[in-house]
Design a protein around this ligand. Sequence first.
Ligand code: HXC
Length: 511
Amino acid sequence: MDLKSKFEQFEQINNAAELGGGQERIDKQHAAGKKTARERILELLDKGTFNEIDKLVTHRATDFGIDKKKIPGDGVVTGYGKVHGRLVYVFAQDFTVFGGTMSRANADKIVKIQELAVKMGTPLIGLNDSGGARIQEGVQSLAGYADIFYNNVLSSGVIPQISAILGPCAGGAVYSPALTDFIFMVNESSHMFVTGPDVIRTVTHEDVSKEELGGAVTHTSKSGVAHFSGENEEQTLMMVRELISFIPSNNMEDPPHKVTTDPVDRKEESLNDIIPADPNKPYDMKDIIFKIIDDEHFLEVQPNYASNIIIGFARFGGQSVGIIANQPAFLAGVLDINSSAKAARFVRFCDAFNIPLVTMVDVPGFLPGTQQEFGGIIKHGAKLLYAFAEATVPKITLITRKAYGGAYDVMSSKHIGGDINYAYPTAEIAVMGPDGAINILRRDITDADEKAKAVEEYRDTFANPYRAAALGYIDEIIYPEDTRQKIINALEMTHNKRKSNLPRKHGNIPL
Ligand code: HXC
């Protein structure tokens, strides 16, 4: 074969591989409102940066006549490229090839880039769209999944792992995304469930659609399995890019610094009257967040799940931080099972990846009730306490209003390692709120006026930040208008913080 023919042969093979399962299946994918694996990767990465690996890999199975059907790539496109100029590894299951199903060869490709990503210290992004285990490959497929799960676990806390679900993701296949740090979904076109509607109908006689069972709305609002959802694939992939901009490439790096023109000493006078005079009146903690962060840019994580706590990424003077904030506008900002678990996982992500924690506190306590107690609020609340206590990144805390009872301790208090703990003059730091306290301490009072007087007296004595400040539990009481500058000062002060916990195999977080 002459040189020209060799190149022609290569071109032919290459073109065939790039066509995946063929034009007909590509058209079907498009008709379903979905992009192909390669189109998605190009959408996700910086233009012209994708390098594909293992494009010509095929499966080695023989059962059910599958040996007669081999398609280069075998149902997953893998490789590396850049997001905002930074290296990332990516795999995208190709639904046009055997329904994107997991074969031994297909798993080997994913395992290869998982190992490369860890070795090079870069994020790994998985774009999922698959019919699950390739039935013709039996246990080989299950072995492939397990190899991927194993790498997911060993990479956890070493490199960021991100999953976007862009089609079906069912059965045990859900456990690879579940082991990653963040899950993105697309409204109406992505589904995750361990057992689908048909099995559920047979076993429990429940009738449920796949959207209701495992769609984006379900997983971002009811189950808390997913963290973000987009209206369509483009928006979802842009959100993945946005997330990458806030986080470092691995656990040995600091998060990327972003230059901002937002002045570090910007005062925000409107904050001075943001806390209502009536302590029982709600306000929106996000109003404070948006006024103090750089350029009002807040990437909220799980905005529709356990909204009584707000978590998300923002920057102060270019420094990326994780914000954890009670939300008095939802269930009075109470800590319950879901909000504790939601925030605990976020705190642990930030701590693993050197992202300072800014905690904003307005919490009346833990939610009372049998539902919470029977559901294990004790162990779930302990998760958040554990996560904050073990975190060694800079921890800056601001109490805006209520910090009552155990919830005061939990929310990154001085006692569990807060580096700088601020409070507004409106802060109320005590064992419990005035009404509850007087109901217990002064059961003897029956007269309403007398009781109101006792409540007022308690409020004046305890429901303020001065007792805590006198004991050094609050480092500084600040004017709300200075919040941005004060947080930036604290972040600068803690920038070179060195703190590590005693060596151990691993702790035993209450799961
Ligand atoms: C082999 C499969 C397949 C599978 C789909 N295909 N799933 N091939 N093994 N698991 C093939 C189809 O035969 C078809 O091939 C092509 O992929 C596209 O599938 P369609 O059914 O035509 O597409 P669609 O109508 O969009 O339906 C998609 C689907 C459906 C909802 C995913 O295919 C489906 O229900 N598949 C089975 C899903 C499943 O039960 N998987 C096992 C889950 S348990 P042709 O050649 O006809 O185009 C599991 C265990 C993991 O995965 C364990 C990990 C530990």
